[in-house]
Design a protein around this ligand. Structure first.
Ligand code: AMP
Ligand code: GLY
Length: 424
């Protein structure tokens, strides 16, 4: 079988590694890939935004199907273009992807479907947005409606801070066109949980729930990032909670999407807040989460390839068994570049010590320059360790991440701390 994977980060490296583990004879092409992915796949220098070249690549190579990692090509309609040419692809159409690419769309859909989420209002005018602040308490959450790489969210503790956030998003264009519209949201407190559902638009195969660490610094301090680490599983996710999430969140959301002719075929990621009133949606994403994928997939013992191939072909998942999992725990520590998330420094040389047998090293922003591995993005590496419990896995993940040589590197040394304190 031949598969094309679109993307070049640690998430795509983890997906590629899992697909190869499912079928060692798999012929894997990545566009554009990265130096880590190049160890297990053929990398083609086609950018994820170049949809017509991706179509040509998939066509010329006669791939069985394509899987899309990042959200931007989905927003740009890669799935629509592939499907209209009869090329099987795993990922939602551009209109279904709006569940991530437009926070306003997601809110309206949830409201119509009765899916629990924070109260919110959306605004295209800064003065009107500031006026609406009076109707929400504090803290208040200010979000850019469009795509902002996980960074377009500010939890404002005061009205002044909220007004500054509105100004920087709407007038200062801190997030480009993503901030032309802002959402003001009621603050929810509780534990966060990421649940991935692979879906054929109706049936859902749920992956092991994970917890992300979005803040830059230990103790969940500092600015929001794309994600500094993750772990799976978590004792928060009881079977009861998971069936509630299915009944109250996945099922009605997919029903509401089908009702507006948006068949979501791909991975629906529910970012949840476990509040006193039950699970509520913080956000939906239309693709695998990063870095949760790097923690989840090394624990999956049944085939991912079979499930996503079925969805890409347009088959039903009705008779698909729920996936099987290792009983171990995985902890992923992200090694980020100096300056991340604001002013990323690239081009620093990276030295990688030998990788222990229980560690999976996934490349994110790396590149080869004159025969040397150098940093080439904000998040540089994702280091996943698999061990018998969260404490052992966290220690192994941190130890390897610490041993990576990269000038100015940043990493969190407390990934999994919430789970450890719950279990203590
Ligand atoms: P998002 O990009 O919407 O996932 O938001 C990024 C992060 O901001 C989330 O993971 C939460 O930690 C935080 N956040 C977003 N919305 C809320 C909310 N309504 N209440 C509390 N925290 C939030
Ligand atoms: N882990 C957060 C995201 O993938 O957006």
């Amino acid at each position: 079988m031949k598969v094309l994977i679109v993307g070049g980060g640690a998430r795509e490296h983890a997906i590629a590694a899992k697909l190869k583990a499912d079928d060692a004879s798999l012929d894997l092409i990545a566009a554009p890939g990265n130096p880590g992915i190049a160890e297990i796949a053929r990398c083609e220098a086609v950018q994820t935004s170049d949809i017509s070249s991706l179509i040509t690549l998939a066509d010329n190579e006669r791939v069985d199907f394509t899987i899309v990692g990042p959200e931007a090509p989905l927003e740009a309609g890669i799935a629509d273009h592939f499907r209209s040419r009869g090329l099987p692809i795993f990922g939602p159409t551009s209109s279904a992807a709006q569940i991530e690419t437009s926070k306003r769309f997601a809110k309206e859909l949830m409201r119509a479907a009765g899916v629990p989420t924070a109260r919110a209002s959306s605004h295209v005018d800064a003065t009107e947005a500031k006026r609406a602040l009076t109707q929400l308490g504090l803290p208040v959450v200010v979000k850019a409606s469009g795509l902002a790489a996980g960074k377009g969210v500010i939890v404002a503790q005061s009205r002044e801070e909220a007004e500054r956030a509105i100004d920087s998003m709407m007038t200062g264009k801190a997030f480009g066109s993503a901030g032309a519209e802002v959402l003001l949201e009621e603050f929810m407190s509780g534990e966060e949980l990421s649940v991935f559902g692979i879906t054929d638009a109706t049936n859902v195969v749920t992956l092991l729930p994970a917890q992300d660490h979005k803040r830059l610094l230990d103790g969940d301090a500092g600015p929001n990032t794309g994600g500094m680490g993750a772990y799976a599983p978590t004792c928060l996710a009881t079977p009861d909670l998971l069936s509630r999430i299915h009944e109250q969140i996945f099922a009605p959301t997919l029903r509401a999407l089908r009702a507006i002719s948006c068949d979501f075929r791909g991975l629906l990621y529910a970012g949840l807040m476990l509040t006193d009133e039950g699970p509520k949606v913080v956000e939906f994403n239309c693709r695998f989460g990063d870095p949760e994928t790097e923690a989840i997939l090394p624990l999956m013992s049944s085939s991912l390839l079979d499930v996503i191939h079925a969805v890409a072909r347009g088959d039903s998942l009705r008779d698909c068994a729920q996936p099987k999992w290792s009983t171990d725990t995985a902890v992923t520590t992200v090694v980020a570049a100096a300056g991340y998330p604001d002013a990323v420094r690239k081009g620093d040389e990276i030295q990688l010590p030998a990788v222990p047998s229980n560690v999976h090293l996934f490349h994110a922003g790396t590149a080869m320059r004159d025969g040397a591995l150098v940093s080439n993005g904000g998040r540089v590496l994702a280091v996943t360790a698999v061990d018998r419990n969260v404490t052992a896995a966290a220690a192994a993940s941190r130890a390897y991440a610490e041993s990576v040589q990269l000038e100015g590197k940043q990493l969190r040394r407390d990934i999994g701390w919430r789970e450890m304190s719950r279990l203590a």
